[in-house]
Design a protein around this ligand. Structure first.
Ligand code: ADP
Ligand code: NI
Length: 221
């Protein structure tokens, strides 16, 4: 099989796995991330497009946040799929490494992404967490984590370290979805890796600021 065929098969595989996902980590999220990643890559040098596209297509397969903190299942599922497609071990390792480094680790820690492919994929994934679609995804995800929309007595934990931040996904701690904007979404525009990513993030960020202003206006009415 050539690279195009492997990518096509991977697309069909991920589509089947994620098409009915209800928290905004569905196939269309993956599809947007994949297209955005390829677009951003056009303006960057030294990018392995095969590795980037495989990582983009597979990045949300077996996400630990939806497996109550199980961080092993995702990489294992991704590895197994790529092995059945006879992808080189070297490429498989790169794809898994990229996916494992792009996740948000909490407001107090900036994740370290080393390769160009990881920088681009992290930006593309994060862009889909912003703006109108980002807002819809946040509330859909919040439902899955058992969060209320907003609870004024629960304050955002802006200093949460990765260990503390993770507790909202393991059931050890309850958060609210409005807090998620302050603990993550509004911080992303200043953490973009690429110029193109920063430009797109700026506009989506402004939209979220306006949205929150209106949210609190209605809340206080
Ligand atoms: P990452 O790899 O950066 O963790 P994902 O692609 O897995 O990003 O998706 C993250 C998106 O899931 C967030 O941007 C948000 O829309 C949603 N999400 C994650 N955690 C929460 C939360 N605690 N409350 C609401 N939405 C959340
Ligand atoms: Ni994603």
């Amino acid at each position: 099989m050539n690279e195009t065929q492997i990518l096509e098969k991977t697309k069909a595989h991920v589509k089947a796995l994620l098409k009915d996902e209800t928290t905004g980590h569905d196939w269309w999220h993956t599809c947007r991330v994949w297209k955005n990643a390829v677009n951003i890559a056009r303006a960057e040098n030294n990018v392995d497009l095969f590795v980037l596209q495989l990582a983009a297509l597979l990045h949300d397969v077996g996400d630990w946040k939806f497996a109550r903190g199980d961080e092993e299942s995702g990489p294992a599922q991704i590895k197994e799929w790529l092995q059945t497609q006879h992808v080189n071990t070297d490429v498989i390792e790169k794809v898994i490494e990229i996916i494992s480094t792009i996740a948000f680790k909490g407001p107090a820690k900036r994740s370290v992404v080393k390769t160009n492919e990881a920088k681009i994929l992290q930006d593309a994934d994060r862009l889909d967490a912003l703006g109108a679609i980002g807002i819809a995804r946040a509330f859909a995800s919040g439902q899955k984590f058992g969060q209320v929309l907003h609870e004024p007595s629960i304050k955002p934990r802006l200093k949460a370290d990765p260990e503390e931040y993770k507790k909202q996904y393991t059931g050890e701690m309850k958060n609210t979805t409005v807090n998620h904007f302050y603990e993550k979404l509004l911080l992303l525009k200043d953490q973009m890796n690429t110029k193109r990513g920063r430009q797109i993030a700026e506009k989506k960020h402004q939209f979220m600021e306006n949205y929150l202003k209106e949210f609190f206006n209605e809340w206080d009415d």
